[in-house]
Structure formats: structure tokens, C-alpha cells
Design a protein around this ligand. Structure first.
Ligand SMILES: [Zn+2]
Length: 230
């Protein structure tokens, strides 16, 4: 099974991707994690990534594609893409690559969350600077307000979650990533599923798993066996 998760920042792509991978035994390809790993490893890609990130710029499509292509082609088993593709050129090039290696996406899941719900999620988010645990003042509060449950550190608001930064991230998403949904709706309409992700993570997971099971069942009924046995 090969999946891509789409959706704005704060839609819960990372959480859902981890749960899908655990349950369906797939590899989590998180673009954020992969970029961090490449950067730390000091590979040729990594040095170029550092240049862009240090200047506060987005990693360009060609570099992102090169990195993801390496990862995808090295995999024998199924995967979940999280944070990639992020732009229309990335999505088009990814489709071309997967077609070429005869391993197309089985499912594109669009996690849909209204913008006002997203803003609230970001506003309430607090992280522990020591253990990196993430809390939310409404939906996942620490036992003692403002204090990490694990080692008692004072929780902070991440730079990324500051209202101004959030506005920029959401408008970047609208401009660059929202057109992807249109792209998949026209090219892979039967593989695109939109899931309302405004609810609690567990509710969303139920809907996501149901969509995967349904897709799997339809593949089995079409082919007599799953396409993704390898
Ligand atoms: Zn902590």
C-alpha cells in the first residue's frame, strides 16, 4: 500500500501517518524528518538543504524531489508520504516517477480542517523544550498548567506556532499546496479521499483506517490479490 497524506499544517498528518504505519506495517516518509536527517548527516544534499534553511528559504522542488526519489526507490515495502508532495510541480514529478517504477499511489488522503479550527489548534499548542512533548491547553492539557508532566519544565510556544508565523504557514499552504488537491481530483479521482479532520485524533484515525480498508478491499476484488504484497 502506498499512500500520500495531504492537508494544512496542524491537520495531524504526522500523528495519522505514524498510526497508519504501525497498523498497516508501512514506512513513514516524513519530509520534515528526512530533511533534518539529511542536514545532520552532512551529505551533499544535506549541505544544500542547510544553505536554504539557514537563509529562511523553502527547499526547492528539484532538491526535494531528488531526496524523496532516493528514499522511495530504496524501499521494498509500502509507505506513507507525509509533507510531500507540497507543491504542484512536486506532485506531477512524483506521479511520473511512481508510474515509471510501476508503483503508483494507492490512496491520497486529504485531511480537511476549517481554517478557524486550525488557528485554535496552533494558538493552544505548547511544547516542552526539554523532552519535546506537545500539549494543548484545551484538548491535551498538562496536569499542572504550563508545566511538562515528564520532568516539570516550563512549557513554551514554538516559534512555528506564533500567530504571525502561523498566518504565513497557512497562506503558503493555500497558495502552494491546496492546488494539489485539485490535481489529484482530476488525475486520480478514484484514489483521492477527503476526510474531515476537525475532530479528535482518534476519530480521524477511525475514518482514515476505514478509507484504507475500503481501498484495499476494492483492490482485492479487482485483482484477486492485493497489489502491494511486496
Ligand atoms: Zn518535558
Amino acid at each position: 500500500m502506498r499512500l500520500a497524506l495531504l492537508g494544512p499544517p496542524g491537520a495531524g498528518k504526522g500523528t495519522q501517518a505514524r498510526r497508519i504505519c504501525q497498523t498497516f506495517n508501512l514506512v513513514h516518509l516524513s519530509s520534515g524528518d528526512i530533511l533534518r536527517t539529511e542536514k545532520m548527516a552532512g551529505t551533499a544534499h544535506g549541505r544544500r538543504i542547510r544553505d536554504f534553511i539557514d537563509r529562511g528559504m523553502l527547499v526547492p522542488d528539484s532538491l526535494m524531489l531528488g531526496i524523496m526519489q532516493n528514499r522511495i526507490c530504496a524501499l521494498q515495502q509500502g509507505f506513507v508520504l507525509d509533507g510531500f508532495p507540497r507543491t504542484l510541480p512536486q506532485a506531477k514529478e512524483l506521479s511520473r516517477l511512481l508510474k515509471h517504477i510501476k508503483r503508483p499511489l494507492d490512496l491520497v488522503i486529504n485531511l480537511d480542517v476549517p481554517m478557524d479550527v486550525l488557528s485554535r489548534r496552533f494558538e493552544g499548542r505548547r511544547v516542552c523544550p526539554i523532552c519535546r512533548d506537545v500539549y494543548h491547553i484545551d484538548s491535551n492539557p498538562p496536569v499542572k498548567p504550563g508545566i511538562c508532566n515528564n520532568e516539570g519544565s516550563r512549557l513554551i510556544i514554538r516559534e512555528d506556532d506564533m500567530p504571525e508565523v502561523v498566518r504565513t504557514r497557512l497562506s503558503t499552504y493555500k497558495k502552494l499546496t491546496a492546488p494539489l488537491i485539485e490535481f489529484y481530483a482530476t488525475t486520480e479521482a478514484d484514489r483521492l479521499v477527503t476526510i474531515n479532520s476537525a475532530g479528535q485524533p482518534d476519530e480521524v484515525t477511525k475514518l482514515v483506517f476505514a478509507a484504507i480498508e475500503k481501498r484495499r478491499a476494492s483492490q482485492i476484488s479487482h485483482n484477486g490479490k492485493p497489489e502491494t504484497a511486496a
